[in-house]
Design a protein around this ligand. Structure first.
Ligand code: COA
Length: 374
């Protein structure tokens, strides 16, 4: 069998079991531990969702208060890590910064045996935004920010460190909602990469570093940045309509569209699209949302392809003043919850992940001495 694009990529293959999430399941849609994504997006905070994924149940008020305090107390960065972040070049990709930051943290705060895995997960959840914005503000603005803000929420903490002030509630809440939507998605590429690493009994920092590497690519998390670049190419919905038609004629991939599992829509898009419209009105941007809608219409009319979670997330982040190159790292700040929950689930019932391959190379050949080759 030749390596076949159509049957490759493990499409449709069930590669294990999980209690964490359903994706596009008949009668359920997208759920985290049995809770509908729309209920979570409308009613929960990201910290409640993180607790749900990592601990297995929704927290009581007392548990949530304690959890928020724990996360707040874990936001600080060790001096050695700050030094490393200062040494990473200003033009590095922030996904590489996070990959390096997590890997370095694994050296100075190693997980050891796995008995403290929940603390390791919470530490990463708490300090990823600090890592990212410490590096960003140091190189972009020449300041060493205090990563220990008073904000109760991770979303507020993020925007506060980015803009040096307490964010508007609409912006904080919108970021919080995107963190909920991005938190978990079953056996997606980065989570599966993390589970493969975990299956060897490696440590959480290694699994998360590998997962960050997988998420970085434009076919996965990197699509939100590519979507922003795409909609920024156009000044009007008409130009976008013409431009996308041309790209489709050129057989270009349109970032932020399509999905391996969903076939007719991505439930997360409904929420992101609503927030994009709301934030466009809030900041008085009259072009980007109609341009996005125009792109969406052409993609559906021409290809029956729908916007996935990344497409409208791009304008949501843009409207709250987040630089495009920080979009995919925000995904990391959220998905760390799903990754860590999967790492713990894998460990609880571990089996080395080592599939087989169909061999498609040459038949057995006689050895040829080097002087007889060529
Ligand atoms: N733009 C244009 N065409 C697309 C497309 C897109 N975003 N997504 C899929 N297609 C087309 C493919 O070219 C292919 O056409 P063909 O059958 O004529 O070759 C067909 O739809 C099937 O796509 P395929 O790449 O085989 O599906 P997949 O399940 O392997 O890929 C994605 C899923 C998500 C990787 C793919 O849809 C994609 O690359 N999307 C853009 C990146 C993106 O937004 N990623 C974030 C995912 S949440």
């Amino acid at each position: 069998m030749a390596a076949n694009k159509k049957t490759g990529g493990l499409a449709g293959v069930t590669a294990g079991a999980t209690e964490l999430c359903t994706v596009g399941k008949e009668g359920a849609g997208l759920t985290y531990r049995g809770y509908d994504i729309y209920d979570l997006a409308d009613n929960a905070s990201f910290e409640e969702v993180a607790y749900l994924l990592l601990h297995g149940t929704l927290p009581t008020q007392t548990e949530l208060d304690a959890y928020i305090n724990k996360i707040k107390a874990n936001r600080g960065l060790p001096d050695a890590l700050k030094t490393v972040l200062e040494m990473v070049p200003a033009d590095a990709h922030p996904m590489d910064v996070l990959r390096t930051g997590v890997s370095f943290l694994g050296n100075i705060e190693p997980e050891g045996d796995f008995s403290n895995q929940l603390d390791t997960a919470d530490r990463l959840l708490a300090c990823l935004p600090s890592m990212l914005l410490y590096w960003h503000r140091f190189h972009a603005d020449g300041v060493r920010i205090d990563t220990q803000t008073d904000d109760n929420s991770i979303s507020g903490h993020f925007l506060h460190m980015l803009h040096d002030k307490t964010p508007k509630e609409l912006h904080r809440k919108s970021l919080d909602t995107t963190l909920i939507l991005y938190a978990e998605h079953e056996f997606n590429a980065s989570t599966f990469a993390g589970r493969v690493i975990t299956g060897t009994l490696s440590d959480m920092h290694s699994a998360v570093s590998g997962a960050i590497g997988a998420l970085r690519g434009p076919l996965h998390g990197g699509a939100n940045e590519a979507a922003m670049e795409l909609i920024s190419e156009y000044d009007t919905p008409e130009a976008a309509t013409d431009g996308i038609h041309q790209k489709l004629r050129d057989k270009d991939l349109i970032m932020g569209f399509g999905h391996r599992v969903y076939t007719t829509s991505d439930p997360r898009n409904t929420v992101n699209k609503r927030m994009s419209k709301e934030l466009a009105a809030d900041v008085g941007n009259t072009t980007l949302y109609p341009i996005s809608e125009a792109v969406e219409k052409v993609m559906w009319d021409e290809k029956k392809l729908f916007a996935n979670a990344d497409f409208f997330a791009a304008s949501v982040y843009h409207f709250m003043g987040i630089p495009t190159y920080l979009f995919t790292p925000i995904f990391v700040c959220s998905r760390i919850t799903g990754w860590a929950a999967h790492i713990m689930e894998q460990r609880a019932n571990n089996k080395l992940i080592r599939p087989a391959a169909d061999y498609v190379g040459p038949d057995l050949q006689p050895w040829v001495a080097i002087e007889n080759r060529g």
